[in-house]
Design a protein around this ligand. Structure first.
Ligand SMILES: Cc1cc2nc3c(=O)[nH]c(=O)nc-3n(C[C@H](O)[C@H](O)[C@H](O)COP(=O)(O)O)c2cc1C
Length: 181
């Protein structure tokens, strides 16, 4: 894995590595994407994580790919639990997503993860109460890509919360946050 702050090649001929690295990052940040909450579970360990690297990759079967950093708690849980949920969040809930940029704290008595209620989906992975829509997946393929692992899951269940189909979905550009690059 690349050291943080050290430009990653390959580099086109004749460029300044640092300047090129900064510019390339800005190009990568321009890629439009949603901002979601990924639920994972192995046994009785559950987590919710903010994620924007997610997309559909097959129509038949219905496959969804998510890229998860190797050092994340979520990586360990998806690798061993073999399932995940991807929840869409409304634009009004943009502040709530910040709860999930570090490992979630589970309160078993309250039934919450980082203060947010959840229920377990068909796969067993948690779906946060703030979801306006959700996709529940079982892992079918795992591809180590570098800093991240691409987990490809088959959608085994999906649904909308009440009014969820009409809500505006949270996207990266609705926030001041960036990821990757
Ligand atoms: C806007 C935003 C987008 C993110 N997107 C991803 C992503 O696509 N993949 C990923 O592995 N981590 C992503 N993260 C980082 C994780 O949310 C964060 O590191 C997380 O707490 C680590 O996962 P863990 O709780 O499972 O340890 C993103 C963070 C932010 C703030």
């Amino acid at each position: 894995m690349a050291k943080r702050g050290v430009p990653v090649g390959p580099f086109p001929p004749g460029v300044d590595h640092d300047a090129y690295d900064r510019m390339r990052r800005r190009v990568l940040w321009k890629l439009p994407s949603g901002l979601y909450v990924l639920g994972s579970r192995c046994g009785e360990r559950r987590n919710l994580m903010a994620i924007n690297w997610a997309m559909q990759v097959s129509v038949d079967p219905k496959l969804l790919a998510v890229a998860i950093e190797g050092t994340a708690v979520t990586h360990e849980l998806v690798m061993s639990g073999r399932c995940f949920t991807l929840s869409l969040v409304s634009r009004e809930q943009r502040g709530e997503v910040r709860r999930f940029v570090k490992p979630a704290v589970e309160d078993l008595d309250a039934g919450t993860l980082s203060g947010v209620g959840y229920r377990d989906g068909l796969s067993g992975a948690p779906i946060p109460a703030l979801a306006i829509a959700w996709l529940d997946c079982e892992v079918r393929h795992v591809l180590a890509t570098g800093s991240h692992t691409l987990f490809v899951g088959e959608v085994v269940d999906a649904g909308f919360a009440d009014g969820g189909e009409d809500a505006e979905v949270l996207r990266m550009e609705d926030t001041a946050m960036s990821y990757g690059g």
